[in-house]
Design a protein around this ligand. Sequence first.
Ligand SMILES: *Cc1c(COP(=O)(O)O)cnc(C)c1O
Length: 284
Amino acid sequence: MTLYFMDGQFTEREELRVSIDDRGYYFGDGVYEVIKVYGGELYTAEQHIARLFQSALKVKMTIPYTEEQLVEIARELTMRNEISVGHVYIQVTRGAAPRTHQFPAATVAPVVTAYAIQNPRPAASIENGVAVKSVEDIRWLRCDIKSLNLLGNVLAKQEAHEAGCIEALLHRDGVVTEGSSSNLFGIKNGTIYTHPANNLILNGITRQVVLGLCQELAVPVEEKPFTLKESFDMDELFLTSTTSEIMPITSIDGRLIGSGTPGKLTRHLQKVFALQIPSSNVGE
Ligand SMILES: *Cc1c(COP(=O)(O)O)cnc(C)c1O
């Protein structure tokens, strides 16, 4: 039995009904978040929910709950579904109304749905590193919004998967932006580089956690774009996301990065990252 949340209620998955007229379905007109669960506890939930509200604000949507209420809903889903390691997914759409591009009447309520799912950490990829494929970034110019409109991301991920890679390394005008569902970091001569948090990337919570760890460890960081060409010459590369954590990249388009194994600084950051996870319980 899996309990989902929708419109103020916890309901069994099989009993949920969504409207054919939901604007999420017609237009991808909504925003979402993914929150990690470790040892039955939510990780950085407040930051994720704050970003959900920022995304909603940017697309002029109102969320009919407070931030505290949404954190509590995520917590209750985790508890009632007895999730130990996994994640909570939350999405808000602009509601259900006959299809017209412009916003529906203010009386149309946004639709909030959420679920919690058991999902092991990708331990082997985190340990051994992954291959990525470079793909042109054809997404729109508001990548800072975690929107349900993910066609550009979906096409990039599929292209990477068809090439046997776990993630796409997106590049726009020769500059590396991010992954299709992750942020990218390069290390050269002890300095960490990552694209600045502007409209061309989604400013990941994991990205921000890593930047915080670098500051504590006094590792020099430059939030400065680097090119695809430069990425091949990095000593180390890694990606970050809620579900991927800190994942070493060992090759791009079949060309090895560094020695082709996870780098030393990446390993160190992984260790420090693991220490600040709730309950220190990173088990499967
Ligand atoms: C969600 C997402 C990320 C990673 O963000 P986290 O908060 O670390 O999970 C990076 N890029 C894109 C495009 C995303 O959608």
